[in-house]
Design a protein around this ligand. Structure first.
Ligand code: MN
Length: 199
């Protein structure tokens, strides 16, 4: 198989009470598992087989909706699991902190912009912190689109993302997306965000 569902580096219950174990288990095993399987099915025997996911997404406008939706779903969830961790640093530091301050004025301003993007995304999608050269911007995308895609309104390298599909929070938070987004800050893995920023 071309693409593999990654193992998480922490247990399903490790992000509690902010994200519950049952949500994590279904989200990773069922949702991410399905995106991965469907992507493999879509690329098998085509010119896309063996290509890196980033390369596929960069030219996604030339491919089918199945590749766009499942390729995005595969990539986005890989990022989502990695930019969360139990007991990580509470705030960005170093060069990432400098870049956030330079682009948004303060961490607080950045968090407000990111939260607004997450809350105003109508329906299913994602909010992102995106590197564009030396600067950072916040964006959001519908469905499983992301800033690596040539179809994205705001293009760049995503270094932090939050899944705001209801499957990411409904069991624990029901319709209260704002509570989920608030809770998310407690589990952000700033070391991984910084690694992706330098990447
Ligand atoms: Mn999801």
């Amino acid at each position: 198989m071309s693409f593999e569902l990654p193992k998480l580096s922490y247990a399903y219950n490790a992000l509690e009470p902010y994200i519950d174990a049952r949500t994590m288990e279904i989200h990773h095993g069922k949702h991410h598992g399905a995106y991965t399987n469907n992507l493999n099915g879509a690329v098998q025997g085509t010119a896309l087989e063996g290509k890196k996911i980033e390369e596929i997404l960069a030219g996604v406008s030339a491919h089918s909706a199945v590749v766009r939706n499942n390729g995005g779903g595969f990539y986005n969830h890989n990022l989502y699991w990695e930019v969360m961790a139990p007991g990580g640093a509470k705030n960005p530091a170093g060069e990432l902190l400098d870049a956030i301050n330079g682009s948004f004025g303060s961490v607080q301003n950045f968090k407000e912009a990111f939260t607004k993007a997450a809350l105003t995304r109508f329906g299913s999608g994602w909010a992102w912190l995106v590197r564009q050269g030396d600067s950072l911007v916040v964006s959001s995308t519908p469905n499983q689109d992301n800033p690596l895609m040539d179809v994205a309104e705001v293009k760049g390298t995503p270094i932090l993302g939050i899944d705001v599909w209801e499957h990411a929070y409904y069991l624990n938070y029901q319709n209260r997306r704002p509570d989920y987004v608030d809770a998310f800050w407690n589990v952000v893995n700033w070391d991984e965000v910084a690694r992706r920023f330098k990447g």
